[in-house]
Design a protein around this ligand. Structure first.
Ligand SMILES: [Zn+2]
Length: 257
């Protein structure tokens, strides 16, 4: 079942009850009061114009690339369980991905400093930029960027109007676009950790756990159309490091297309 089709069906039903409403692609920003909004228009900018020659990263090398807590394909654990509402399922999974990723980042945070990570790097020539309140694309140190993302997501998760937890509260019309926006930013945090901090993950011997968390995140994102291929792979001149990991895991049968 498609998450977005399911939402659009329920939107059609709700629009029959009231006046027709226009799509609200920017509505996620309404919940970001006091925070510099992470923009869906944020672009990946290569730090240099040269064509990259990419040395093979450790996370793409054996045995680390195949280290996992979960053996086999992730398809079965992302499928919607019987009798569970699809929006509830997406909401609870987003909460888990955020919580687990936040714990991993908490462990390596003392290594992710303004000096060590002056930009939000995610590939040899890729540094994500942030759209600030003046709508300007700016480079931020990775810890600042990640702090903005995680604080913004935590606030949304605690906002009853964005992520309803009470049985009489309905999911808002903006829920799909909000979730997709969150997913895109969480992907960037994963991408930075793999690119800049994988040796610390190895030092902690946490690579099976971290790989399984990321593979689960990717599989779920593809199943519910929350992840765009272009965000996974980046541009040819500025590829996302973990885009190659995604390709490898597809070859290995851990993930589907
Ligand atoms: Zn860092």
């Amino acid at each position: 079942m498609s998450f977005f089709n399911s939402i659009s069906r329920s939107m059609t039903r709700s629009s029959q009850r009231g006046p027709k409403r226009s799509p609200t692609p920017t509505s996620a920003s309404a919940s970001m009061d006091g925070m510099p909004p992470p923009s869906p228009a944020a672009v990946s900018v290569p730090s240099t114009p040269v064509t990259p020659s990419i040395p093979k990263a450790l996370y793409l090398s054996r045995p680390f690339v195949e280290a996992a807590l979960v053996k086999g394909n992730f398809k079965t654990i992302v499928m919607l369980p019987k009798y569970v509402d699809i929006m509830e399922w997406v909401a609870v999974n987003i909460f888990d991905f955020y919580t687990n990723l936040n714990e991993f980042y908490g462990v390596i945070t003392e290594c992710c400093t303004q000096q060590a990570c002056p930009t939000m790097s995610a590939g040899p020539v890729l540094n994500y930029t942030w759209i600030n309140q003046e709508r300007k694309s700016v480079h931020l140190p990775a810890p600042t960027y990640i702090d903005y993302v995680m604080t913004w997501i935590q606030n949304l998760l605690q906002d009853e109007s964005a992520f309803p937890t009470k049985s009489n509260h309905e999911f808002p019309q903006s829920f799909p676009s909000t979730v997709k926006h969150m997913y895109r930013q969480l992907l960037r945090v994963f991408a930075h950790i793999y690119h800049a901090h994988f040796h610390q993950i190895l030092h902690l011997r946490s690579e099976p756990h971290f790989n399984s968390l990321f593979a689960h995140f990717l599989s779920f994102g593809r199943e519910y159309e929350l992840l765009e291929i272009k965000d996974m792979k980046g541009s040819p001149s500025a590829p996302v490091g973990v885009g190659q990991l995604w390709e490898k895991w597809k070859e290995m049968g851990i993930l589907e297309g």
